[in-house]
Ligand binder design. Sequence first.
Ligand SMILES: Nc1ncnc2c1ncn2[C@@H]1O[C@H](COP(=O)(O)OP(=O)(O)OP(=O)(O)O)[C@@H](O)[C@H]1O
Length: 456
Amino acid sequence: MQKRTRNDRRVLVVDDERDLADLLELTLIKMGLIVDKAYGVAEAKALIAQTAYDLCLTDMRMPDGEGLDVLKAIQVAGHDTPVAVITAYGSTESAVAALKQGAFDYLAKPVALEQLRTLVKSALKIDAAAAPVQKPAAGETALLAGDSAPLRQALQLIDKLARNQAPVYITGESGSGKERAARMIHYGSSRASQPFVAVNCGAIPENLMESEFFGYRKGAFTGATEDRGGFFQAAHGGTLFLDEVADLPLTMQVKLLRAIQERKVRKVGATQEEDVDVRIISATHQNLGKLVDAGKFRQDLFYRLNVIELRMPALREMGDDVLTIARLLLQRLAERNGSVLPELSAAAEVALRQYSFPGNVRELENVLERAVALSDGQQIQPDDLQLTVSDAESLCATSSVALTGCFPLQDYLDRTEKVAILQALEQTGGNRTQAAKVLGVTFRSLRYRMERLGMS
Ligand SMILES: Nc1ncnc2c1ncn2[C@@H]1O[C@H](COP(=O)(O)OP(=O)(O)OP(=O)(O)O)[C@@H](O)[C@H]1O
C-alpha cells in the first residue's frame, strides 16, 4: 500500500443515494482531495481491502448493510482511518452507537456543507498548521502522574479519546483529576490549537445561564449594551468542558440538549441561529444515573453526554502513586517558593500510604503545602501532615469484630470490594449485568473493577 503525500489525500464516500454521494464528492474535490465512491457496503469493503484511506464518510443505512459494517471493515483491516457516519435526521441513537464503536464524528441529514467542510478539516488536520496555535498555559498539558493499574487504564482511554470527537463523560470523586483529564484529551486532539473552555455549571446563577452559554444580542435585556458570545461561541472549533454538569437546572438541560444535537445556538434576543462546532466533555462527582432515576436529570441529555465514560480513580485506589504524586507536588512547591526540595520521612510515607484521601489529589496538594510550612524545611514528618483519622482507620479501631490485618488500607478496601462483587454475582447466578444493577454501578464500571481486582 502506498504512502501518500500531504497533497494526495484520499477520501472514501459510501452512500447508496447517488445524488448525495455526488454532492459529497464535489465538495471534497473542491477542497483538493481525491475521492473514491462506493454505492454500498460490499463495494466499500472491496475498496478498503486495497487502499488505506485518510478519511471515510459513510451513510448509516444502505440496502446491503450498515455504516457500522464499513467502520468495522476499516478497523479489521488495521487502518487508522477516521470514519464519519451520516445519519438520518433526528436519529441520535445511531450516531451515538457509531461514536461508541469508534467513529470519529457524525453528520446528520440533510448534510450542511459548511459542517462537512469543518469535519473534513478537523479529521485531516487541514489548516491546523496554519491556524494560530493557542498556547496552553503552563502545566495544562502536563501528565497525570502515577503508574498504578487504574491510572494506566484511565491514561490509555484518554489517549484513545484524544483521537476521536465523541462526547466524553468523566466520573470520579472530587479532586481526582477530572478536569486535568479533560485538558489532556483536548490538547492531545486535532482541536488542540483551538480553545479549551471550562465551565463550572454549578457556579452560574440560573437567570444568567442562557446568556452565559449562548451569548446575547445588544438590547436583549437591560445592560446588554453590545453583542456578546457565550461559552459555545468561545469554544468554537475546540472543546467545551462542562464541570459539575449535574448542577444544570432542567430548563437549561433542554436548551443544552438542543444545542448539542443541532450543533446550532441562538443568542438571547436573536432571531437567527448560528452553527457551532464544539466537542463536549462533561464531568460530575455525582451519580448522574441516579439523578436520572430521580427525575432531576434528563435521560436524553444523559444519553447524549455519556457516549463514552472515563472513570478517574480515587487516590486511595492508586496504591504507591500517592507517593509519586506527593514527590512531584513537593518539587513544584519548592520551585514555586524557590526553596530546597523537602523529602518525606519513611514514617510520613507510611502515613500518606495509609490515609484514605477523601479529597483526592487536591487534598494531597493542601496537605503537602501545609506540611512544608510546618516542617523544618528539610524533612517532612507524620505530624507535619496533620492527617485526620479516616473512616476506614476508625472502623478498624472501633469495630467490635476483630478485623485483623486492616492495613494496608488499599488491601482492606480491595478485599471489601471483592467480597461485595462476589456476593452480587452469587445472588444473580453469575450474571454480570444484573450484578452491576445490584451493586448500583454501570456494567462498564463492574467490568473495570473486576479487571482491576484480577477477577476473571
Ligand atoms: N495523577 C495526578 N498527578 C498530578 N496531579 C494531579 C493528578 N490528579 C489530579 N491532579 C491535580 O489535582 C488537582 C485537582 O484535579 P482536578 O481539578 O482535575 O480534579 P477534579 O476531579 O476536576 O475536581 P472537582 O471534582 O473538584 O472539580 C489539580 O491541581 C490537578 O492537577
